[in-house]
Design a protein around this ligand. Structure first.
Ligand code: NDP
Length: 461
């Protein structure tokens, strides 16, 4: 008899763990998966999916308003938060069911419990007390939002975990942070009619993105009535009779109903027994792995946000799939973490692949930048104020498109397709010989002919 109860024990039923479990089971492995909360993980339960549903909800206000220019009279629309939350929850329940069914169909045994490591081959299932011996263990436990920085009254704030279950739509909300989550929820709450203050310690939102995109988003948000508090921090939160008083670093006090803290996420490694298995986490609590997602302990692998590589759902899925191919499918597979297309579901939306202008200049030296900013056709009758920004960055030595940056309606959809071309190594000449689809906004991507900025590195000395 085998010395192991299972071939694979997966801890964590999110995007990475579920994919790994299903693929490994498909290769004939005996697989168990433990999940302490809900199958589907952050993306499905309290991340990408419910967020996108809320983004959709938040954009109807614009549509109703803009319809008038096209002759529609939609009366005076009203919004009911409880209906949105109820319908969103129903959809999340449905998706969780599908995730469970798919795991079961693949032959994966689901254990609804927290599970921790006891050694390099043993997992302790806390609910039942069972100790499962596994040939391979995959840690795919994800990350959690933090309430950082720690300030007096900080516990009055909520994170992106709680924001999906608020009982009422806050009239006034302070959102702290300048990353994906802060920016996306600022758009959601502004669209739904809340008075939004978006406070960020830096002088621009979305660090790491192209500066033109960062500036354009700040401008669009300001135009949409978001109160941008840049270069500031919150020093304390106090409960008041009608909400929360947030004291800011400039000494001002902002009265609000909710404070959403979106200052980043930390890997869920505390209390997981990693040290018992011989694994040491890094300074942010992430599990170090090699390019096959293997830890220093050969029987233990880790994928997804717990490894803090590129913390995005499609990457966790790829890492989980590659792990299963490598370990159970006899197909060693490395996930390429370069050139990841990504979207920020702000309103207006942002889609990006590759380098921003400053980064490209540092990497490639001699680059061409093509840029266009325009009012989308729909706005001519609707009166909408959002503009579209598109930017291509070209490495002059190879003519390769090394960056595409889009802000505007459906930028996420556009970047997925532009991403294929860029991933294939498309050149500017390839973009140029692509026939435009007219009239679209995306046609601008293939009709930009004159570089707006041509800078050559200046020789010093
Ligand atoms: P991000 O890392 O994107 O942003 C964190 C923000 O908080 C930054 O603006 C950062 O500022 C600020 N911050 C960090 N620490 C402090 C502090 N101590 N005090 C004040 N401000 C602070 O994290 P998010 O929480 O927004 O998102 C987590 C991850 O989830 C993202 O990295 C992304 O990968 C993923 N995600 C992806 C989405 C998508 O694909 N659409 C949507 C939502 C999340 P600074 O820039 O100065 O460091």
């Amino acid at each position: 008899m085998s010395q192991f109860d299972v071939d694979l024990f997966v801890i964590g039923g999110g995007s990475g763990g579920v994919r790994a479990a299903r693929i490994a089971a498909g290769y004939g492995a005996r697989v168990m998966l433990a999940e302490e909360y809900r199958v589907g993980g952050t993306c499905v339960i309290r991340g990408c999916v419910p967020k996108k549903l809320m983004v959709y909800a938040s954009r109807f206000g614009d549509e109703f308003h803009e319809a008038a220019g096209f002759g529609w009279n939609v009366g005076s629309p009203s919004f009911d938060w409880a209906t949105l939350i109820r319908n969103k929850d129903k959809e999340i329940d449905r998706l969780e069911g599908i995730y469970r069914t798919n795991l079961e169909k693949a032959g994966v045994e689901i254990i609804d419990s927290r599970a921790v490591l006891e050694d390099a081959h043993t997992v302790h299932v806390l609910k039942t007390g069972a100790r499962i011996r596994a040939r391979t263990i995959l840690v795919a436990v994800g990350a959690h939002p933090t309430l950082e920085p720690v300030i007096p009254g900080g516990e009055l704030g909520i994170t992106s975990n709680e924001v999906f279950h608020l009982e009422t739509l806050p009239k006034r909300i302070l959102i702290i942070g300048g990353g994906y989550i802060a920016v996306e929820f600022a758009g959601v709450f502004a669209g739904l009619g809340s008075e939004v203050t978006l406070l960020h310690r830096g002088d621009k939102l979305l660090r790491g993105f192209d500066d033109d995109i960062r500036d354009a988003l700040a401008q669009a948000y300001a135009q949409r009535g978001v109160n941008l508090a840049l270069g500031k921090t919150v020093t304390r939160l106090d409960k008041t009779a009608d909400g929360i008083a947030a004291t800011l670093s400039d000494g001002s006090v902002l009265p609000v109903d909710q404070v959403l803290v979106a200052t980043g996420r930390r890997p869920n490694t505390a209390g997981l027994g990693l040290e018992q298995a011989g694994i040491t986490v890094d300074e942010v609590g992430a599990i170090p792995v090699d390019s096959y997602s293997q830890t220093l302990i050969p029987s233990v692998y880790a994928v997804g946000d717990v490894t803090n590589r590129a913390n995005l759902t499609p990457i966790a899925i790829r890492e989980g799939h590659a792990f299963a191919d490598t370990v159970f499918g006899n197909k060693p597979t490395i996930v390429d973490h370069d050139l990841i297309p990504t979207a920020v579901f702000s309103t207006p939306e942002i889609g990006v692949i590759g380098c921003g202008e400053a980064a490209a200049r540092a990497i490639y030296g001699d680059i061409d930048v093509y840029k266009t900013a325009f009012r989308p056709m729909k706005a001519t009758l609707s009166g909408g104020t959002d503009r579209v920004l598109m930017k291509l960055i070209i490495d002059k030595a190879t003519d390769k498109v090394v960056g595409v940056h889009i802000m505007g309606h459906d930028a996420g959809e556009m970047i997925q397709l532009a991403g294929i071309a860029v991933t294939m190594g498309a050149t500017k000449a390839d973009f140029d010989r692509t026939v435009a689809v007219h009239p679209t906004a995306a046609e601008e991507l293939v009709t930009m002919r004159t570089p707006v900025v041509v800078k050559h590195p200046v020789a010093v000395g």
